[in-house]
Design a protein around this ligand. Structure first.
Ligand code: PLP
Length: 425
């Protein structure tokens, strides 16, 4: 198939008419599909139902002599700190197990930094006229929302397949009001990037004008490989080697391992950061849900147990990712309607439409009953200057539904491309 950009005006008109016919047929199906958020499918959640049987009224609810039914152990039960610490590649003493998810704790860490500063801060961050934060794009909308809510100015930096554009990062951190960076280092949301060794080392060792610079290392997808596992360096180790042990805050959760929003969240950092954090969080909590920690440890057992469990998730997810990638290949390859990225893991496929086409594609698919993450969501302030990025979340619907949805999407991408080309004629 020739790219649409090489077609004559009348060829484009013919192609568009045929595509609209196809589109109207899709519309008449009256579909109602929501692919807006990266949610586990019910079958994935079913994998963790036996966790609910791990504890019952006859269970011994102690862990290392601690009665999990009672107050205490603000940093989490030792068994859970050990397990999730090991998952992050760090020691139990560098790990805090918190709440039932991770985003709350990211927000909490940010708020405490604004109100009180972090370890080594000269003053609370809210005392600056303005602080700035680096946001690799495309990125996770909820990270951007935290910055927006707290009045932190976001600076977009381009995310590549192997991490953020480090030239842009190194330049930006010369400004002492740039206090940190969001990173989703493995199978990033949404691009699926995995930070290269070089990138991890540079983030850990680069000179920053702010002495209290923090990397918010949101490793939400650390064990979520769909195709193959891509190894990644341990950022805390690299920060220690570079003489910046306190630079990184690591976050993770079992939201997409066991139950979303009803798993456990965890935080990893230097022992000094953990001690500093403990002194602050003692104000807000006496202890988190240790019964849930106990349930998780007894169900998942060890890191190999988590990996085996995640292999079952991958089995369920892979046909859906295949449905997206195969449909794009079949319907769009060679037509010049945009590009897409095959991720190794995570929850998304990113479609990069031709400049100025994302909004139109979204409009067309929406009218045909397909709800997607809106254009701009992948960028700070909802501002995608190229109007190009669209995030596809294939995990929740069935593979058949994903295939149908992607056929509609491919049809819409072609219509939008032709319309754009016609505008320029
Ligand atoms: N971080 C990233 C990058 C995510 O994509 C998500 C959910 O989609 C979360 C965090 C939310 O994690 P949690 O459920 O642990 O708050």
């Amino acid at each position: 198939m020739r790219p649409y950009s090489e077609m004559t005006k009348s060829e484009l008109a013919d192609a568009k008419a045929a595509l609209f016919k196809e589109y109207e047929a899709y519309k008449s199906l009256g579909l109602k599909l929501n692919m807006a958020r990266g949610k586990p499918a019910p079958e994935q959640l079913d994998l963790s139902m036996p966790m609910l049987d791990v504890l019952d009224s006859r269970s011994d609810c102690t862990s290392g002599g601690v009665d999990c039914r009672n107050y205490g152990e603000l940093l989490g039960i030792y068994e859970a700190r050990k397990l999730f610490g090991e998952l992050m590649g760090i020691s139990p003493e560098e790990t805090i197990v918190v709440g039932s998810a991770s985003l709350t704790f990211m927000y909490d860490c940010f708020c405490r930094a604004m109100l009180k500063g972090v370890l080594g801060s000269e003053k609370p961050w809210c005392k600056y006229d303005k602080i700035k934060w680096l946001c690799p794009v495309p990125g996770y909308d909820r990270h951007f929302r935290i910055c927006e809510f707290l009045g932190v100015e976001m600076i977009p930096v381009k995310l590549t397949e192997w991490g953020p554009d480090m030239d842009a990062v190194r330049e930006a951190v010369k400004d002492e009001t740039v206090k940190g960076i969001w990173c989703v280092p493995k199978y990033s949301n949404p691009l699926g990037s995995v930070y290269s060794d070089e990138c991890v080392r540079e983030l850990a060792s680069m000179e920053t004008a702010a002495k209290d610079f923090r990397i918010f290392w949101d490793n939400a997808y650390m064990v979520h490989n769909v195709y193959e596992d891509i190894p990644m360096l341990n950022i805390l180790e690299e920060c220690k080697k570079a003489g910046n042990p306190d630079r990184v805050y690591m976050f993770g959760s079992t939201s997409k391992v066991t139950f979303a929003g009803a798993g456990v969240g965890f935080f990893g950092a230097s022992k000094a950061n953990v001690e500093f954090t403990e002194k602050q969080i003692i104000v807000e909590s006496i202890s988190w849900d240790k019964m849930n920690m106990l349930r998780h440890v007894r169900f998942l057992k060890d890191v190999d147990g988590i990996k085996a469990h995640m292999a079952k998730h991958a089995e369920i997810m892979r046909p859906k990712f295949d449905a997206v990638l195969n449909t794009f290949e079949e319907k769009l390859a060679g037509k010049g309607c945009g590009t897409w990225v095959k991720p190794h893991g995570g929850y998304f496929v990113t479609f990069i439409a031709n400049r100025g086409c994302a909004t139109r594609i979204n409009e067309l698919v929406k009218a045909a009953g397909l709800t997607m993450t809106g254009p701009g969501a992948t960028h700070p302030y909802h501002d995608d200057p190229d109007d190009a990025y669209l995030r596809i979340a294939p995990t929740y619907p069935s593979a058949e539904e994903v295939k149908k949805a992607m056929e509609i999407f491919a049809c819409a991408a072609q219509i939008a491309t032709i319309e754009k080309l016609e505008e320029a004629l």
